[in-house]
Write a protein that binds this ligand. Structure first.
Ligand code: BES
Ligand code: ZN
Length: 581
């Protein structure tokens, strides 16, 4: 298998590829550090290569050794390269030709970008600390020295210890307490770990939920359909190949909605709405068990292969479990997000196969790979029919199972198994949307749009008692940007929006409150920004605040208190919004 060059990695897998990791780690909460050793198994393509290059970021390297048999190790010389702001530092280890294994003794830094350390106060139970990793896109290197490119796949085994009374979980198969193994080759960005006061509740034969004890009953209820989602996905796209599918409910500072770590999706607690209205996030992360974890983007420019395919499959799962009406609303909301994003991005960043030269791969994580990617697949589904397209997808997952592929490989496969005449150029290499792009619509939304127009022009409050979360999100989005105090008060009085317990609705309402200087929501805004660290929620709020001098002052004041509770990834996003120009 040829591994493509990845501009986001210093490593040299084209000469020597790592195929397995054996981790032996200790999680030290007092030092905010993960320390231990990793033994890397090597596979040479270049018999003359005399050095192995690994990625690191803020890692302290204590010793490197090499071995022929994985038992007897001898010291190897190493050097660390210049620190690059985006990529970190190359670790070059000098090796004799007969080296088959390398052992690195290391420790992570308290400021490691891939780990977050929470004090007991930042957890639901308030009694125990909590830590977790977030490796995607290029943060695995901040807690394990490795070839940090999705083009390289490794199996691993791990032994992890931590302080008494805490549970360690990893996104892998559990062997025994603190012992895990991953027998399928996976890319580095899917290696994941967490430790805290965690308990488990089953939701089905292969599915279940991990959470802090006080959150567990609520979470298990919210996610009770997970087994059904898994069965629906298998029926459409072939067997689930990872054994168990569990969810880990994170503390509220988790910077993402969800992360598809294999066997164990990490999920924000903000989706615990009480009515399952936000569980499409579970469909999404579960869908990655096929698109992403089984068939993986080879570089971060191919990210749409992960997220576009996943967003398409997410909606197919939702349709199977919750029906066509809900799926239509989700697709229509997706299109709305996509149109907003296309308006706000420079045209070159609306290309699916994005150019990330000199940039952080996280810059590519916009709505484009998700929604434009999904729309492309929807266009193909419409053209070739659902039956044929489903068969194509199943075949694609079988054909590329446990491989990392480029956009070109996906295109070649589509040409061969679907149609050589697909308009790949418009969809994948041109900005914006092709003129004939599908336009998902929803009957329910047509009514909501009318209600929004009626209210805006005549003040007629709609009868919204039966509205779903999706309809509410559509309604709020359909209102004019500028509203009077009277209008804001009227909405809040009629529908108690400031008191909404649905995080999506509340976030959108708070955004409107900031935009329209609606003071009754001030306390709620502070509370929300201090309690929640999900980047998708807090970034637009800080951006909206920063648009006026007074708002920016407030933002800086709130951020001062909130920042220590945010994940390093979220901190750097908000830093760049509020930093003086
Ligand atoms: N894999 C992504 C999260 C991610 C992307 C982390 C890029 C780091 C870099 C995950 O599957 C995802 O897309 N999460 C979304 C939620 C989803 C329902 C769209 C999120 O976190 O908002
Ligand atoms: Zn995703």
């Amino acid at each position: 298998m040829t591994i493509p060059k990845d501009i986001h990695s210093f490593s040299n897998p084209q000469q020597i590829a790592v195929t397995h990791l054996a981790l032996d780690l200790n999680i030290f909460f007092d030092r905010l550090s993960v320390q231990g050793t990793v033994v890397l198994t090597l596979e040479r393509s270049d018999s003359k290569a005399d050095q192995l290059v690994l990625d690191t970021r803020l890692l302290q390297i204590d010793e490197t050794e090499w071995s022929k048999d994985g038992k007897a190790f001898k010291e190897a010389e190493f050097s660390l390269g210049q620190d690059d702001k985006i990529l970190g530092r190359a670790l070059t280890i000098h090796l004799p030709k007969e080296a088959k294994f390398v052992r690195v003794a290391y420790s992570s830094d308290p400021l490691s970008s891939g780990l977050q350390w929470l004090t007991p106060e930042q957890t639901a139970g308030k009694q125990h600390p909590f830590m977790f990793s977030q490796s995607q896109a290029i943060h695995a290197r901040s807690w394990i020295p490795l070839q940090d490119t999705p083009g390289v796949r490794v199996t691993f085994d791990a032994r992890v210890q931590t302080q008494q009374g805490l549970k360690v979980v990893m996104a892998a198969q559990r062997v025994s307490e603190g012992v895990y193994k991953m027998e399928h080759p996976i890319p580095s960005y899917l290696i994941a770990i967490a430790a805290g006061d965690l308990a488990f509740q089953s939701t089905g034969a292969r599915t279940g939920v991990w959470a802090e004890p006080s959150v567990l009953p609520r979470a298990a209820k919210e996610f009770e359909d997970t087994e059904q989602m898994l069965e629906a996905a298998e029926k459409l796209f072939g067997p689930y190949r990872w054994g168990r599918y569990d969810l880990l409910v994170m503390p509220p500072s988790f910077p993402f909605g969800g992360m598809e770590n294999p066997c164990l999706t990490f999920a924000t607690p903000t989706i615990l709405a009480g009515d399952k209205s936000l569980v499409s996030l579970v469909s999404h992360e579960l869908a990655h068990s096929w698109s992403g974890n089984l068939v993986t983007n080879a570089t971060w420019s191919d990210f749409w292969l992960n997220e576009g395919f996943t967003t398409f499959i997410e909606r197919r799962i939702d349709e199977a479990v919750y029906g066509k009406e809900r799926e239509e609303m989700e697709a229509a909301l997706g299109l709305q997000d996509l149109e907003d994003e296309i308006k706000s991005l420079p045209p070159k960043d609306t290309i699916l196969h994005i150019d990330l030269a000199g940039r952080d791969p996280d810059d590519g994580a916009t709505q484009i790979p998700y929604e434009k990617g999904a729309l492309f697949l929807r266009a193909l589904e419409e053209k070739y029919g659902r039956e044929k397209f489903d068969l194509f997808l199943k075949g694609y997952f079988d054909h590329f199972a446990f491989q990392s592929i480029t956009t070109q490989q996906a295109i070649d496969y589509m040409k061969a198994s679907l149609d050589p005449n697909i308009d790949f150029n418009s969809w994948i290499y041109q900005p914006g949307l092709p003129a004939n792009a599908p336009h998902p619509t929803s009957e329910a939304f047509a009514k909501v749009d009318t209600a929004a127009a009626e209210w805006s022009s005549h003040g007629t409050l709609p009868d919204a008692h039966a509205w779903t979360t999706h309809e509410w999100l559509r309604f709020l989005h359909a209102l004019p940007e500028k509203l009077t105090q009277k209008q804001m008060h009227a909405l809040d009085k009629a529908y108690s929006l400031t008191a909404s317990t649905n995080s999506e609705i509340l976030q959108q309402w708070l955004l409107m409150a900031v935009r329209n200087a609606y003071e009754p929501a001030n306390d709620k805004l502070v509370e929300f920004l201090t309690a929640v660290g999900r980047r998708k929620y807090i970034k637009p709020l800080y951006e909206e605040l920063a648009k006026t001098p007074k708002g920016k002052e407030r933002a800086i004041e709130i951020y001062e208190t909130a920042r220590p509770g945010y994940h390093p990834i979220a901190q750097s996003t908000i830093d760049s919004i509020l930093r003086e120009p």
